[in-house]
Structures are given as C-alpha cells and as structure tokens.
Design a protein around this ligand. Structure first.
Ligand code: ADP
Ligand code: ZN
Length: 612
C-alpha cells in the first residue's frame, strides 16, 4: 500500500502546545467557570447582616469588603469610613479570613487548572487522529475497530474476506504461503510429527505487487483473525512506547490465536542497527522487543507473523535468523500472464463489454505492478462514466494504460519494445550457449520483467546435481555462458549494450580465479597468486605476486575470456534459427520455462543426419 506518512512534529512542538493550552485555559476559561458568584450588596445590608450575626467569614480589602454568609455564599460591598466595624464584626462572631475567594481545595484547583486542559487536549488529539485512521483505513468491507493501545486493527473474519483467488498471479508466493494456511487449519498434523511451523515469513517485493493482499488472503483462506499494523506506527514519539505497543500486540495476538499478525513496512523498525552514535534509541528498543516476542512465543499456538518490505537489504540480520522471519517469499512484478489475470480479477467488479481482449491490454502494460493494473481498470471505468457510457470498452482500457503508464514512466522501468527485444535475445543467448555445451536444460525459468534488483532479465539456473568439484572444462563453459548474452546482442543487432556489465564481472572473477587460485593455466601452473581474505563478506582477494606477474595474469585472463566469447559467438551463429525462435517466444510471453525452452530447441533443430 502506498501510504502517505504523516510528518512527525518535533517533541518541542507538543510541549509548547500543552503550555499554551494551560495558559489560555487559566486566563480565560477557568475564571468564567470556577470563580464563585459574588453578590454585590449595599453597605447598610452588610451592616444589618452583621447585626443579625449572619456573617461567617469576612475580609477587608483595600477597596472592598468580601464576606460569606452561613451558607458560604459570597458577597461584596464597598468600603466605608467605619472605624468600629472591626469591633462590631468581632462581636457578631464573624471569622476574619485572609483568603476568601479560595474556596476549592488546592488539589482540586490544581486538577482543574492544570490537569483538565491537558486531558481535554489529549482527548481532542486522540479524536482527530482516530478520524484520520478511519479515513485512511476502511479495508475491503471488513469490519475494523481500534484495539486499545496498540492501534492494531483487527479484521474480524468477514464474509467478504479476501481469498487466494483474489490475488492473481504470484503462484510461487501462494505455494509457499499455502503451507501456512494448512498449518493454521490443522496444527495437530504438524504437532504429531514434531514439525515446527516457521514463526514468520517475509514478503519481499516492490510496492503494489499485492503483499498486503496476499497476507490478507492467508488469513481469509485459513479463516483466522488478521491483525495488521504498519512498522512506522511503532516508531513513537516517546522512548519505550513502541516497545510497549509490540508487547501489547503480541498479547492480543496470543489471546486470539490462531491468527495472522501482519507488519507492513517492517524495515521502519527492523532496519540495520548500525551503531551510529546518537542512533534512534526508540527504534532499537522496539526492534529488540519484537525479537524478544518472536523468540518467546510458542509457535505451535498458531500465531503466524507475516511482514512485508520492499527494502530487504536494509533489514537487520537478527530478524532473518532461524526462528524469526526465516521464510522469504518473493512477490515480484507480474509477468504477461499474471498481468492478464490481475486485470481480470479487477474487471469483475466493473461493468465491461463482452469479449474484451485482456491479453492485449496486459501486453501494453509491460512492467506495471498489480496496484497499477487495478488503477488502470478503475481509470477505464472513470473514462466510461465521463463519456456517459454504461459499459467499459477495450478502447477505455487501452487509453488508461497510456494514462497510467505515462504517469509512471519516469519512476518505474517500463521497457520499450526494442529494449525488450534486446533483453530477450541477450537472455536466450546465455541459455542457448549453456544448453549447447551441456546438452541439457540450462535454465529453470527465464523472465524479462524488470526486477527490483535493476536487472532487466532474470534467469533461474538449474542447479545440476549438487557437485562441488568443477573441471577446467566446466569452468570454461561457464565463462562462455556468461559471455553468451553479449554475443547474442552483437550477432543479431550488430550493437552492444550496457546490459552485460554483471556478466562481465562474473566472467572476469571466474577467469582470474582459474588462473590465480585453481592453478588451471599452463603458464603459471600450481601457484597461488591470490588469497581469499573474507569469504563471507564479498569474497575480496589480495594479490600476492610481483607487479610483473600481475601484468601477465591480466593478459592471460583477457585471452581466456575472449577465447570463450569466440566460442559462444560461434555456437549462436550456428544455431541462429533456434536463437530466433526462442527469443521470439520469450519476447511474446515474457517468461519461458526450462521445458518450453527444450521443446522449442528440439523443434527447431534441423534433423540433418536423422536417417544416419
Ligand atoms: P503491497 O502491499 O505489495 O504494496 P497491496 O497488497 O497493498 O501491495 O496492493 C495494492 C493493490 O493493488 C491491492 O489492493 C490490489 O487492488 C492491487 N493488486 C496488487 N497485486 C495484485 C494481485 N496480484 N492481484 C490482484 N490485485 C492486486
Ligand atoms: Zn546477461
């Protein structure tokens, strides 16, 4: 969800506001409300009341006389030249008071003049912030009410609950999450065998890809309550409040178990604790509390925590440790099929003409997220209304794609047709070189949807049966595969692009390692010329040889890579027909699986010596 965060006002602002409220209250409101009513009487009335001994307390001031009667009613009268007044008052039994107006007990007066304005102010603040929350919230027909201190909104299972069917595409994410649903349905099954359910799963992906919706769908499928809170809500003005909220949230969740707790924007609390001086104490305490709670609660009770983030790299590693968010569910931008399905999900709620070609719309909206697609459908409906029509047409949808995409073009990566074509050939180039060298399916899946990582295409390699020893030939083939992308670009477009930078890096690293660490070159033989310094943090190496040797190493690395590039180029040249067929398929479908890949590869292989 794209939330607009309320800017936080500095603490001083609130103190100043409170002070102002107190001052205003005491100088204007309090006197009106609480000053005792004074009845003004004439001096002769005062004299007669004195005679009748009706005076309880009296006080003579500079310009007036204040007095009370037996019922403590307050009077005042003017001052007269009356020398024996004191004598007469004394005789009448009146008490001479030093303070008459002060009728309230000091505690009461303190409460009224200091505490009351504060209470009123806090009350008003709460009222308005609740109004804001109501306006911002209001989920899809689900009942919602504030829950005490933590403000976690609990979505009581509602009949209009969201199910997996309402989240189109994202099959991989759904597959992982359906295990959690199964657990919530039937915890016994897992308990009996002694399996522990993961306590938390982290939904990772760009904004608007349906992470919140997926979490709701898990709750909907499992038919359990859904607590939802945003990470930014934990970060409070006062140190310790965030931690208290976390405690409170988990207490409630435990009472309602089995249930789902959803923490959106978890990076707001779970960011790396980088030990900066004067870092955010409050956030750190909140994070620590979250970790403690996650470790503390009993997973078998059925509290499952789902969290969403679009900045996984900024999360504190402590959060990702086993027993915490140890499942990571990638929620990526939808591919062509996914986009079509999402359009259809949202089209159900809109009156559309029959025989709309959703596939064409999805094709046009390459790179759009789920939220953007939902927006496209809505924009189309608005357009229909504007034109006074009762049904949404194909033209409405196609027009809205432009409105939405053009609006987003700067922010998001939406590839042009030509770019998409280049990326398709590039990715197939890698895969085809790999396939021709090993004669087996080289990839699990290739997609050419822009990724969060910034890569334009994405290849899931098949991990051939785990093996740890690689032969020199295998390493060379790997380098050839890395260069395959660039080779395809050069072969087909006679033009090269920046898309190969990562490939180049990897190929170079591998080639260097072959020579300096694995002893795989004829020139140098088995001499270690580089040492791995920190394997787990980036794998830096330090060179341990003379400058001259280093120079020579560079030349050998260059020769090795260019030989492999030549090899890759020739493989692609020889199999140009397959390259075209595969790239065309990938361009049109945006995704190709390993099976489809091999299928097309075999169909397009010329059967030269089939009769042989
Ligand atoms: P995130 O939490 O990833 O930022 P949301 O779950 O809040 O995204 O999605 C925002 C809106 O986009 C949803 O309410 C829904 O209308 C739409 N949407 C996003 N992804 C999908 C999807 N896969 N299927 C259907 N609708 C989607
Ligand atoms: Zn590449």
């Amino acid at each position: 969800m794209n939330e607009v965060k309320k800017p936080r006002k500095p603490l001083m602002f609130y103190y100043a506001l409170a002070l102002l409220a107190i001052v205003l209250f005491n100088s204007f409101v309090a006197p009106l409300l609480f000053s005792p009513r004074v009845t003004e009487v004439t001096y002769d009335e005062f004299m007669s009341m004195t005679e009748q001994k009706k005076i309880n307390e009296v006080m003579v001031e500079d310009n007036q006389i204040l007095f009370t009667d037996a019922e403590n009613k307050l009077y005042k009268t003017g001052l007269m030249n009356d020398p024996d007044l004191t004598q007469r008052l004394y005789a009448s039994g009146a008490k001479f008071a030093s303070q008459i107006v002060e009728q309230m007990s000091p505690i009461l007066s303190f409460l009224i003049s200091w505490a009351l304005p504060l209470v009123i102010m806090i009350g008003l603040g709460q009222y308005f912030s609740k109004k804001l929350v109501e306006k911002a919230g209001g989920g899809a027909g689900s009942m919602m009410f504030g829950m005490g201190k933590s403000n976690a909104k609990i979505y009581v299972k509602s009949t209009s609950g969201i199910k997996f069917d309402d989240v189109a595409g994202e099959d991989e994410a759904k597959e992982i999450l359906s295990e959690i649903v199964d657990f919530l349905h039937n915890p016994k099954k897992y308990e009996e065998i002694g399996a522990k359910m993961p306590k938390g799963a982290l939904l990772v992906g760009p904004p608007g890809t349906g992470k919140t919706r997926l979490a709701k769908a898990v709750a909907g499928e499992a038919n359990v309550p859904f607590f939802s809170i945003s990470g930014s809500e934990f970060v409070e003005m006062f140190v310790g409040m965030g931690a208290a909220k976390v405690r409170d949230l988990f207490k409630q969740a435990n009472e309602k178990a089995p249930c789902i707790v959803f923490i959106d924007e978890v990076d707001a609390i779970g960011g790396k604790r980088d030990g900066r001086i004067g870092g955010n104490d409050e956030r750190e305490q909140t994070l620590n509390q979250l970790l403690t709670e996650m470790d503390g609660f009993d997973g078998s009770k059925g509290v499952v925590i789902l969290a969403a983030t679009n900045r996984p790299e900024s999360l504190d590693p402590a959060l990702l440790r086993p027993g915490r968010f140890d499942r990571r569910v990638p929620v990526e931008l939808p591919d062509l099929q996914g986009r079509e399905a999402i359009l259809k999900v949202h089209a159900k709620k809109v009156q559309m003409q029959k025989n709309i070609d959703f596939s064409a719309v999805a094709r046009a909206a390459s790179g759009a997220s789920g939220a953007e697609l939902a927006n496209i459908v809505n924009e189309a409906a608005l357009r229909a209304v504007r034109d006074g029509r009762r049904l949404v047409t194909q033209a409405d949808l196609e027009e809205s794609v432009e409105v939405i995409i053009a609006g987003y073009q700067k922010k998001n990566r939406v590839m042009s047709d030509r770019e998409k074509m280049v990326v398709a050939y590039h990715e197939i180039g890698h895969a085809l070189v790999a396939a021709k060298q090993s004669e087996s399916a080289p990839v699990h899946k290739i997609t050419i949807i822009p990724r969060t990582s910034g890569a334009l295409g994405y290849t899931m390699q098949v991990e051939e049966n785990e093996h740890f020893l690689l032969t020199k030939e295998e390493l060379e083939n790997k380098i050839a595969t890395f260069t395959g992308g660039r080779a395809a670009e050069a072969l087909i477009f006679k033009q090269i692009t920046t898309g190969a930078s990562n490939d180049i890096e990897q190929a170079t690293r591998l080639a260097r390692a072959m020579i300096t660490r694995y002893g795989m070159s004829d020139e140098f033989g088995m001499v270690a010329m580089e040492q791995l310094t920190n394997q787990y943090l980036g794998g830096d190496t330090t060179l341990a040889c003379s400058a001259e040797t280093a120079n020579h190493i560079d030349q050998v690395v260059r020769a090795l890579i260019s030989a492999q590039y030549e090899k890759a180029y020739h493989i692609l040249e020889e199999n140009a027909q397959q390259l075209h067929a595969l790239a065309k398929y990938l361009y049109e479908h945006e995704t190709i699986t390993g099976e489809e890949f091999m299928d097309i590869l075999h169909k397009n292989t010329p059967q030269l010596n089939a009769a042989g």
